[in-house]
Design a protein around this ligand. Structure first.
Ligand code: R5P
Length: 250
């Protein structure tokens, strides 16, 4: 019999645990990148508390309008994009991660801004519940951000690669397509298995009108993943080991 899926409340607890562990590695004065999604939202909420208590002084840029609004409401000082801006640490969630810390991201549609900030960061730290660490990427549909005019040809090209593309509907109004913060369309590709993520990433990069894909390769330095109620640290090809083995960013 297959093990039953964890209860949503349990997953939410795991997300909070991972977020709290990440907060312990934030140092006073850091410039932070803030991720998007339910796990990142827990982190932003805890960071907001620490800022309000005067425990931490930080500045941050968010990877989505939603995360920016949350951070603003909590009084986290925000920096707008500008030349030369770099981040000491970006904390973000993921839809899937493998033991090499290759990621699928973009389930919440924020893949483009997330990749921009990940590239501008000295350290990308992923926080995740127990369902996210997988032996091979691809079960989670790979998100793409696509310029609306190019959509038919992008769908043709991705279908030829075996990606079984599906235009993502808007969650609240399923008759309409979902839009990214940039106003672009989102397409989910059902590869089921991605044994060679670098090859798929390279193929996707050649498709005109495909603005960005959700494969994040060679970007994450570490992940905090909850397993059996314990926060474990994973680095590319190393771990999981108990996160308590580290007093600072591994
Ligand atoms: O576009 C959204 C992001 O890539 C999220 O970080 C990802 O979908 C994980 O979200 P959650 O923490 O809600 O599972």
């Amino acid at each position: 019999m297959l093990p039953s899926a964890p209860h949503p409340n349990q997953l939410d607890q795991e997300k909070k645990l991972a977020a709290a562990a990440a907060l312990r590695w934030v140092q006073d004065g850091m410039v932070l990148g803030l991720g998007t999604g339910s796990t990142a939202a827990h982190f932003i909420s805890l960071l907001g508390e620490a800022v309000r208590n005067g425990q931490l002084r930080v500045q941050a840029t968010a990877t989505s309008q939603a995360s920016e609004a949350q951070a603003r409401e909590l009084g986290i000082p925000l920096l707008q994009p500008r030349r030369g801006l770099r981040f000491d640490l970006t904390i973000d969630g993921a839809d899937e991660l493998d033991p090499q810390l290759r990621l699928i991201k973009g389930g919440g549609g924020a893949l483009l801004r997330e990749k921009v900030l990940a590239n501008a960061s000295d350290y990308l730290l992923i926080i995740a519940d127990s369902t996210k660490l997988v032996p091979q990427l691809g079960q989670f549909p790979l998100p793409l951000e696509v310029v609306p005019f190019a959509l038919p040809w992008v769908l043709d090209a991705v279908a030829e690669l075996g990606g079984a593309p599906v235009l993502r509907p808007d969650r609240r109004n399923p008759q309409e397509p979902a839009r990214s913060d940039q106003g672009n369309l989102l397409v989910d590709c059902h590869f089921n298995q991605i044994p060679d993520p670098a090859q798929v990433a390279a193929q996707l990069k050649t498709i005109p009108g495909l603005v960005e894909h959700g494969l994040f390769l060679g970007l994450a330095r570490a992940a905090l993943v909850v397993q059996s109620e314990q926060v474990m640290a994973v680095r590319p090809g190393i771990g999981p080991v108990p996160a308590t083995s580290f007093t600072q960013l591994p």
